[in-house]
Design a binder for this molecule. Structure first.
Ligand code: ADP
Ligand code: MG
Length: 760
């Protein structure tokens, strides 16, 4: 670093020379062989101020390269090759220090093979190289340090034993205490130095740590100690011992990342990185190991996504021939003008439809941005060209709403639409299926019922999937396989930050509708303290008396013992007997049968009920034009993107609309941000930063792959690099013919999703 600051002029050459002289005096504990090289390195700089300017500069630049080299070489020391008695895919009981009894416990952590054991990465690290400094300790915080032992003692009381080690930082002492672990006495009795970690307690003025994690450090050099996730019966120490004993197996790991990429991105090889993630020899080693493994996770995912994309594309498409007369007529019949974004979207889609490649496009747009209109135009084009189209939605309620709307929109154009769901009566089902198979109907809307085995089409040309993240790639493929080289359009209203959409939908082309229809009113959003519920009741009553509908949203269906939350059922009971006893209240939640849900929705739609108490089932797509008030209980329990989707359910009739968040003060900053922000993408981005990808959509069923090392928020740069490298690679070698090891690793990790054929 000091070299860099001289190059930038911040520091003088003299300072560098002084620094190097000091380094020579102070640096001691270098590994064998490194010492001399380090000396040579320092000498290289000393006396440099007498050299001409040009040579000084060369030397400085060389210096940087030398440092990089020194650092790299310094972390090469891999453990010795294991005596090969097992291989990476052998059951973990054949690993060193693991027998059948430990194997059973490891199963609970999902560790089945020796490879799995190596891929059980530390959750954290304790830096045991740091000398203890008692002055700096804060009760309640974790300490990791190395210290000299002053005294070790063992006491026996009535029914327990206490082992205490007194350690010192040279000025004062602190206490390490173990209850009922007498064996520890024998381990540390004659030790001189201990490395340890644990939570500091202030016990009547003296610092102590109860049951610290520790290691005797008399002979071994201090190290950075890995901390693993454990399961009962396996202690941190045992886990460490098991992994350390088997770390030589890294020698059998094969490098999946192409050499060119490793060099371009200056990444460590897989062996060094796998060693370094468990037993880093320095912070530098740890950082580089993490980086390499995080990159690897992104890279493998991106390559697999691009391969899926190629696979879909390579099936070739069917050129659809249409004039667009029908879709244009439809657009003209609408009481509004299409937005620019909608026009652009339909143009992109029509290009996909008419060219010879199969379309795989994601249509992404905020709630109410007008995706459905675009989808309807695509449907008309495809039907005009003589093909059938189908539209799959994740729930019955959504499918039937799409059905009602699309039917009324398209029937003026002579198009017959059918609805196929799990609850379609069986005679009707048989009838519909027959008409689908012989081509009598051109458009079928439905749920998962569409992908059942006995469903077939005469000539399916277009598949539209709504809220794709509720389905998997498999389901998408299942529906696509009902036709030959069909074009696919998936739609989502979930605003997904670009980083995530790359991983979630990396196999799709993306069209964004980034413009809202003009004159759309934003729901007035307000934070209201829970204590003021009564005022909200009054407001709601007034709106109902004006003929408007109200959504009342709760995160829970039923009361739960664990959480003190107002659940939908409770609220419903409260309403019908209390504040709204003179009004009609409906209840909607996910545990109801689809017939019940349908009935409740219909009642609300037809104004038979005026308030609908509901969970997030109403989240996506539902369209009730007279509903203009939404009250959300416990808004802090939702992701902002999810809240935004909920809010998008009101004011669809153009009426002034109101969204109340009943807050108890929790996460108030986040909610304030929501109140003022109406850009779904900004909200999603904000939540992603704040809560991380796991929580991003409020549920784990969002299809975002789980990474062991990589972090979607912090490692965004790596993700972009991996994406770029993956694109280059797939461009040149779409089937990975010359990268068999990469293909093997992708199949190993994403086999279920992708199933690519391995070559050679
Ligand atoms: P999304 O499917 O993206 O949530 P929809 O297609 O359901 O949006 O459109 C929401 C509402 O806005 C519908 O009532 C629709 O008729 C209307 N709409 C769509 N496009 C426009 C537009 N360009 N101008 C005005 N209103 C529009
Ligand atoms: Mg095409």
């Amino acid at each position: 670093m000091i070299i860099k600051s001289i190059l930038t002029g911040e520091k003088s050459l003299r300072e560098l020379e002084k620094f190097m002289r000091n380094s020579l005096l102070t640096v001691k504990d270098l590994p064998e062989g490194v010492n001399e090289r380090f000396r040579a390195f320092c000498d290289y700089f000393i006396g440099m101020s007498k050299l001409p300017k040009g040579r000084v500069e060369t030397r400085l630049k060389n210096g940087l390269i030398m440092i990089e080299k020194l650092r790299r070489e310094n972390l090469t020391a891999l453990p010795a090759l294991p005596q090969k008695s097992a291989n990476l895919d052998s059951p973990v009981k054949f690993a060193k220090k693991v027998g059948p009894s430990r194997e059973e416990k490891l199963f609970k952590l999902g560790i089945i093979t020796i490879r799995d054991l190596l891929y059980h990465f530390p959750r954290l690290y304790d830096d045991w190289r740091r000398p203890l400094s008692i002055l700096k300790l804060r009760p309640g915080e974790r300490v990791s340090a190395i210290a000299d032992i002053v005294n070790v003692e063992k006491r026996r009381a009535k029914n327990y034993t206490i082992v205490t080690a007194i350690v010192t930082d040279g000025f004062s002492n602190m206490y390490l205490v173990w209850f009922n672990q007498e064996y520890i006495y024998n381990i540390i009795r004659n030790a001189k130095r201990l490395a340890f970690s644990g939570i500091v307690k202030n016990d009547y003025g003296r610092f102590q740590v109860m049951s610290p994690d520790f290691e005797v450090a008399d002979t071994s050099s201090p190290r950075i100690a890995p901390i693993y996730d454990l399961t009962s019966g396996i202690s941190q120490k045992v886990m460490r011992i098991m992994i350390e004993a088997n770390i030589p197996y890294v020698h059998f790991l094969e490098e999946p990342i192409p050499k060119g990429v490793l060099e371009k991105r200056k990444l460590l090889g897989v062996k060094k990185a796998m060693y370094g993630i468990h037993f880093p020899q320095s912070e530098y080693h740890l950082r580089e190991s993490r980086k390499r493994l995080a990159y690897e996770e992104f890279f493998l995912l991106e390559v697999s996504q691009l391969m899926i994309r190629k696979k879909f594309q390579s099936k070739g498409g069917v050129c659809k021939k249409f004039s667009g007369i029908m879709s244009r007529k439809f657009a003209k019949s609408l009481p509004f003008e299409l937005t620019k974004a909608q026009k652009r979207a339909i143009e992109e889609i029509e290009k996909d439809l008419s060219d010879s490649l199969a379309m795989n496009r994601l249509l992404q747009g905020d709630v109410g941005s007008g995706k459905t209109v675009v989808a309807e135009m695509a449907i008309l084009d495809v039907i005009e060209s003589g093909f059938q189209a189908t539209f799959m939605a994740p729930t019955y309620v959504l499918a039937s709403q799409h059905y009602e709307r699309i039917k009324s929109d398209l029937s003026p154009f002579g198009i017959e639409v059918e609805l196929l769901t799990g609850s379609t009566p069986s005679t009707q089902k048989t009838n519909i299926k027959e008409k689908m198979a012989n081509g009598d109907i051109k458009l079928v809307i439905g749920t998962h019922a569409l992908i059942q085995k006995d469903v077939s089409f005469q000539n399916l040309g277009l598949v539209i999937i709504d809220e794709q993240h509720k389905f998997g790639v498999k389901q998408r493929e299942a529906l696509m396989s009902k036709g030959k080289a069909v074009d696919t359009l998936v739609m989502t209203a979930t605003p997904i930050p670009r980083t995530l959409s790359m991983t979630l939908y990396g196999d799709l082309d993306v069209t964004l509708i980034d413009e809202m229809p003009k004159g759309r009113q934003k729901p007035k959003t307000m934070l209201v303290n829970e204590a003021k519920r009564d005022e909200v009741f009054d407001f709601v009553k007034k709106e109902i008396d004006n003929g408007n509908g109200v959504f009342w949203i709760s995160p829970l269906i039923e009361e739960s013992e664990k959480m003190d939350l107002k659940a939908a059922k409770e609220i419903y009971e409260e309403f019908i007997s209390g504040p709204f006893s003179n009004y009609k209240v409906g209840l909607l939640h996910g545990k109801m049968s689809s017939e019940e849900k349908e009935k409740v929705m219909r009642q609300f739609y037809e104004k038979e009920t005026q308030i609908l108490v509901a969970t997030t089932v109403v989240e996506v797509g539902i369209d009730i034009s007279h509903a203009n008030v939404m009250v959300i209980e416990h808004p802090e329990r939702f992701g902002l993107a999810q809240l935004h989707q909920l809010r998008g359910r009101i004011g669809r009739g153009g009426e002034k609309s109101y969204c109340f968040l009943l807050t108890n003060g929790a996460e108030i900053e986040r909610l304030r941000y929501f109140v003022h922000t109406f850009d779904g993408f900004a909200l999603a981005e904000y939540d992603l930063k704040l809560r991380g990808p796991g929580e991003f959509m409020g549920t784990r069923q969002h299809g975002i792959p789980e990474f062991k090392v990589a972090n979607l928020t912090e490692d965004v740069d790596l993700l972009f690099q991996a994406r770029e490298d993956a694109e280059d690679l797939i461009e040149k070698d779409p089937e990975l013919l010359s990268h068999p090891l990469l293909l093997k690793e992708i199949n190993r990790r994403y086999g279920e999703r992708v199933n690519f054929v391995e070559v050679g």
